[in-house]
Design a protein around this ligand. Structure first.
Ligand SMILES: C[S@@+](CC[C@H](N)C(=O)[O-])C[C@H]1O[C@@H](n2cnc3c(N)ncnc32)[C@H](O)[C@@H]1O
Ligand code: SF4
Length: 402
């Protein structure tokens, strides 16, 4: 990153951000034991030995090249995601976090999350990640039902899932369990049993995703028979009921937490905060006084390592067009049950309130948004028809009929 490139992003423009948003760091570790048939994330089945040292060197080179863009800014949270980060050794994660700390001011008490897979679980390993500085583990369980796990092609069984969650519970003061629902052959009774298993661990946080069939996955090519829409919707109702009864509140479309255990890193995304994305295929969003920059790193791990080590990890970057900012903000903020404060739109997009006022009024009139003072939140109907609500904020020429 040259001084010229920095001056380019800092030059005058039509947006006015009075202060820069909180900044987080995401690090992507792209390998898995094998590729799950539903997964379209940037994850690659590991062939041969893991290039742990070279990859971590590449991430440091990536960070060093990016430093001028975030100079002097404090890091509020770190998320090490994948892929399967627990394929990396605790020593590797320790080195990674040490390298971040040596180059960035990480806030005292910052949340540092690591994604873990039950398939890579060994006793003592989770504790070693904790000792390396990880404060929060996110365990990708998906289901506690052996038959469901086999149907979605997971590399682990239910016993390994239970052991991993138990170990996370013992080693970490806060942790998350990732589940999916509307799985092939799942009915309401099986979903209930899965949920009961999860809730028995009293998790501080649950992420529960509706299984979606994504393009370019094995499931897209050979679609499994999935529960119909009415069943999936009844499942979601049951999930919201049971989690609430267990003291776990739905605060975002797919995220549920006990008081004090919301994921600070993900909240920063939903509040349209900034994040530096390091690692293969990682996305980043960085604000300047007069513009918002989005970056993507080289996606393919070998290419990423080669380019990052040569000081050129970024494969593409662009300034978010002024007209696209309202939709980008709403794609995130409206996922939150509590919505957003109007002042935050101004702070995070640098746009004046007049830029969205007319659409907000239309959304209120359609019963999709509720206003309480300066706070706007999706109504129950708005939350059910979220993409309709979000699309109202598309720039006029591309917007769906309102
Ligand atoms: C990219 S994965 C990383 C975590 C870890 N590798 C794992 O799979 O356990 C993050 C989460 O996204 C969810 N996910 C991935 N593909 C999905 C899909 N097609 N539909 C719904 N959720 C999905 C899963 O719950 C998964 O735990
Ligand atoms: S383990 Fe997670 S990241 Fe890896 S392929 Fe499966 S769902 Fe994707």
């Amino acid at each position: 990153m040259s001084a010229d490139a920095l001056a380019h992003w800092e030059r005058a423009g039509t947006l006015n951000l009075a202060a820069l948003p909180p900044l987080a760091v995401y690090v992507h570790l792209p390998w898995c034991l094998r590729k799950c048939p539903y997964c379209d994330f940037n994850s690659h089945a590991l062939r041969g030995e893991l290039s742990e040292r070279r990859y971590l060197d590449a991430v440091v080179a990536d960070l060093e090249a990016a430093l001028p863009l975030v100079w002097g800014r404090r890091i509020e949270s770190v998320f090490v995601g994948g892929g399967t980060p627990t394929l990396f050794s605790p020593e590797g994660i320790d080195r990674l976090l040490g390298n971040l700390r040596a180059r960035l001011p990480i806030a005292p008490g910052a949340e540092i999350t690591l994604e873990a897979n039950p398939g890579t679980f060994e006793r003592e390993r989770f504790r070693a990640f904790h000792d390396a500085g990880v404060t929060r583990l996110s365990v990708g369980v998906q289901s506690f039902d052996d038959e469901m796990l086999a149907r979605i092609g997971r590399a682990h069984d239910a016993a390994q899932a239970r052991a991993a969650v138990q170990e996370a519970r013992e080693a970490f003061a806060t942790f998350n369990v990732d589940l999916m629902y509307a799985l092939p052959g799942q009915d309401l009774a099986r979903l209930e049993a899965d949920l009961a298993y999860a809730l028995a661990f009293e998790p501080p946080h649950l992420s529960i995703y509706h299984l979606t069939v994504e393009p370019n996955t094995v499931f897209a090519l050979h679609p499994p028979a999935l529960p119909d829409e009415d069943t999936a919707s009844a499942m979601l109702d049951r999930i919201v009921e049971r989690t609430a009864a267990g003291g776990i509140e739905r605060y975002e479309v797919s995220a549920f937490a006990r008081p004090g255990h919301r994921c600070r890193h993900n909240l920063n995304y939903w509040e349209f905060g900034d994040y530096l994305g390091l690692g293969a295929g990682a996305h980043g969003k960085l604000s300047f006084a007069h513009r918002v920059l989005r970056q993507v790193r080289w996606r393919e791990p070998a290419m990423y390592m080669e380019r990052a080590l040569a000081g050129a990890a970024v494969s593409s970057e662009h300034e978010v067009a002024r007209r696209d900012l309202p939709f980008e903000f709403m794609m995130n903020a409206l996922r939150l049950r509590e919505g957003f404060d109007l002042q935050r739109v101004v702070q995070r997009t640098g746009l004046p309130p007049s830029a969205i006022e007319a659409v907000l009024e239309r959304a209120v009139a359609r019963g999709l948004l509720e206003r309480e003072g300066s706070r706007m939140r999706p109504s129950a109907r708005g939350f059910d028809f979220l993409s309709d609500l979000q699309q109202m904020f598309l720039p006029p020429t591309t917007a769906a009929p309102r």
